[in-house]
Design a protein around this ligand. Structure first.
Ligand code: NAG
Ligand code: NAG
Length: 720
């Protein structure tokens, strides 16, 4: 038996990723089976929505793009690969790897002018590749086969890791005898080893001019949840290109590896006896007349009064483009957002010690937020009425593979109310008018090693878009000699919470920065900060001493639009079209409405915060620039913070009545608690993009109420 195989030396997300890579790189022309559609349609008595799903979605990703923003198809990625393999840069290279092959989106104005039926715009691919130790950014014209090599000299940092980078890194320490020895010395059988590839950030000279990665390991003996059994204090620094072990930092030999007891989170591993918690009867949404949305040409989603283009992206995860909403009075489709996506994540851990200080992840630019989005579980990740969309990504050798069921789209009815009013008997009027709220959700879930991020784009018929991020998965924990709090001399020096014997959940933050290219009824928009100010009355003016008023401030340049949220100095944040007014003269707009969030408190000169400087404000506004899309920079891995949103914004360009992009950062402080062990119940927060004087009046006034006769049969059982 191959010794490595016997090691069971893998971890869950890479195992799955690898399986998909293997399957689809070896069977590139085989259509991926759409498991959901097949299962639901075959096993259930086929309900109408099932038939509709089948007819809507052929069981393969097509090879023909239909829209200028459609992602590259399997065939197009193969074409790019063959064009490049005969290009001088590649055919004379000793080694090369593709870190990204995606559509280079056509010029925005051309896309805006394009309508269905027009000839497709020229298809270009944007490629990030490493060739003989150098990073390249290239454009390939798929029609003319012309290759353009862009200048990337000014960019510090390295491209997003490939899945192969990560997989090969976790094996590499085994080539080192000292590593083997320290593992066995700690009583861990090499066959029980599971390791993680950890991006190491940048802290100065040591992390420069060489692509490095840190590897830390765990024992997977007696549990699938090896994350709870850290081999604390052991860090291997590897050269990611040569796989050479550069350094082994070996502290914490005295720290026991936490026990496996109660760490497994799988249903199959639970002691189900009498304590089985079957708290809720089976539940699902029925749509006897089928869903109210269609997905045209694979990527255009049309639902209720909304339409938008939807695609998977290896770095951003999900990209929503050309979101337009129907005007409730005129019936015309009106532009709201040209493009929205998760631009970057920043996840700094709050422990400055040797094995922890560098854990300051940037999950999109380092790991690929879309690459880490695993297939969704059809009955649990999304409800049964969901439609699924696949992603097509390149492996490091450029061969495309299909990530099936990466995105789901479904209509959600959570029992919420769209609007209501009932008259009290004192008026003598018997009025009770209520409208249920039904929304359309687009969902993906990325599992970046231990952590899971659920990202929802939820569209409402009243014009609101809610962007929600849910955090779940498994904590990154630290092994400790303590097994009870009474042994801890100073509680606040623990860097976290003792979650179980010898297990500390380390305090950390999550920041998710969204790129929001708002186009309210056209591209030229302004950002208006509407300050809510306390006004004091003059003596004798009123029995009131004070009241609030709204003061509008139009941001002239980028620096006027750097927003730090303040509860006692509040504002609304409007994106308006100054050239378009409502009947009564208000500029049409949408506002960014923050909900619970957190701000980074790290020192601005702390190296991680320099790289994550795009989180220094909750809102930024920049003029549209096609090459400014990744808030942490194009090459984020080991970057030094010289290509971030904070740097671009320093130019202080004019933004009034211009094509502008709004950046919103949703933050979480996470002080772990025992309920987060051994896996975390989902914690969510969100922000809204809400119409503000965009419609002439309530856009869902004419929506009918629910009537019993129209609804599927569903009766509450009389309780016993
Ligand atoms: C380390 O252990 C692994 C697994 O037993 C083995 O394959 C490898 O050769 C060892 N490395 C060294 C340098 O001995
Ligand atoms: C667009 O962005 C790039 C990258 O930040 C920058 O070099 C260029 O100057 C920008 N163009 C304009 C017009 O601001």
């Amino acid at each position: 038996m191959e010794p490595r195989t016997s090691l069971r030396f893998f971890f869950l997300f890479l195992a799955i990723a690898f399986l998909f890579l293997f399957t689809w790189t070896h069977l590139p022309s085989t259509p991926p089976p759409d498991v959901t559609a097949l299962l639901d349609c075959a096993t259930n008595s086929p309900s109408p929505w099932c038939i509709r799903l089948q007819s809507n979605k052929p069981l393969r990703v097509s090879d023909t793009p239909n829209h200028p923003l459609d992602p590259l198809t399997v065939k197009e990625i193969n074409t790019v690969r063959s064009i490049l393999s005969s290009h001088a840069l590649f055919n004379s290279a000793k080694s090369y790897a593709f870190h990204s092959i995606v559509l280079e989106e056509p010029d925005k104005q051309q896309v805006l002018r394009w309508t269905k039926g027009d000839p497709l715009l020229p298809r270009l691919a944007s490629i990030v590749a490493r060739v003989d130790g150098h990073s390249y950014l290239l454009t390939v014209n798929l029609e003319t086969t012309q290759v353009t090599v862009h200048d990337t000299v000014p960019l510090a940092g390295y491209p997003t890791m490939t899945v192969e980078d990560m997989t090969s890194s976790i094996w590499a320490p085994l080539s080192n005898a000292q590593f083997n020895r320290t593992i066995t010395d700690r009583g861990v059988d090499l066959a029980d080893l599971a390791c993680l590839p950890i991006s190491l950030g940048w802290f100065g000279k040591k992390e420069e001019s060489r692509r490095l990665i840190k590897v830390q390991c765990y024992s997977m003996k007696d549990t699938a949840n090896f994350y709870m059994r850290p081999i604390e204090g052991l860090t291997v620094i590897l050269d990611m290109d040569t796989k050479e072990v550069v350094e082994i930092s070996d502290h914490g030999r005295n720290i026991p590896i936490p026990k496996a007891d109660n760490t497994d989170y799988r249903y199959s591993a639970q002691q189900l006896r009498q304590q089985q918690l079957n708290l809720v009867n089976p539940i699902s949404i029925e749509q006897p007349k089928g869903p109210s949305f269609v997905v045209e040409d694979e990527h255009m989603v049309k639902w209720a009064n909304w339409e938008f283009h939807l695609k998977a992206d290896p770095r951003a995860g999900v990209i929503i483009s050309q979101a337009r909403v129907r005007d409730s009075d005129t019936g015309e489709m009106r532009n709201v957002m040209y493009k929205g996506f998760t631009s970057e994540l920043f996840v700094p851990y709050m422990d400055p010690t040797d094995a922890w200080y560098f854990k300051t992840y940037m999950d999109a630019g380092e790991y690929g937020f879309g690459l880490q989005a695993m297939p969704l579980d059809p009955l649990n990740d999304c409800p049964r009425n969901a439609y699924y969309m696949d992603g097509v990504f390149p492996a490091a050798d450029g061969k495309p593979y299909v990530r099936s069921n990466m995105i789901c789209v479904y209509e959600s009815y959570s029992g919420d109310i769209g609007w209501r009013h009932s008259e009290s008997p004192i008026t003598g009027m018997e009025i009770r008018e209520v409208r249920p709220k039904v929304t359309l959700v687009v969902r993906m879930a990325a599992s970046v090693a231990n952590y899971d991020y659920i990202v929802d784009w939820e569209f409402q018929t009243d014009g609101l878009i809610r962007v929600k991020v849910g955090l779940s998965g498994i904590l990154m924990v630290k092994g400790s000699e303590y097994d009870h709090m009474r042994q801890v001399p100073k509680h606040e020096n623990l860097y976290g919470t003792l979650l179980s014997e010898n297990v500390i959940g380390v305090i950390h933050d999550h920041y998710v920065t969204f790129y929001l290219d708002m186009d309210i009824d056209g591209s030229d928009n302004s950002f208006v900060k509407v300050d809510i100010k306390k006004q004091e009355t003059s003596p004798g003016e009123s029995p009131r001493r004070s009241y609030l008023k709204a003061v509008r401030n139009v941001a002239k340049t980028e620096k006027d639009a750097r927003i730090q949220l303040k509860l006692y100095d509040p504002s609304e944040f409007h994106v308006v079209n100054p050239a378009k007014k409502t009947r009564v003269g208000n500029p049409v707009g949408y506002k960014v409405v923050p909900a619970a969030t957190a701000a980074s408190l790290l020192d601005h000169d702390d190296p991680p915060q320099k790289r994550g400087a795009f989180t220094n404000n909750q809102i930024w506004v920049t003029p549209y620039n096609q090459s400014e899309q990744w808030a942490g920079g194009l090459f984020v891995y080991q970057s030094q913070g010289d290509d971030t949103l904070a740097v671009w914004s320093e130019r202080d360009r004019p933004i009034e009545n211009k094509d502008i992009v709004v950046w919103y950062t949703l933050g979480f402080h996470h002080i772990p608690c025992q309920e987060d062990f051994p896996i975390m119940p989902t914690v969510s927060s969100s922000f809204d993009l809400k119409p503000v004087n965009f419609f002439e009046s309530n856009p869902i006034l004419r929506v009918p109420p629910n009537l019993e006769k129209d609804l599927p049969v569903c009766k509450a059982a009389v309780s016993a």
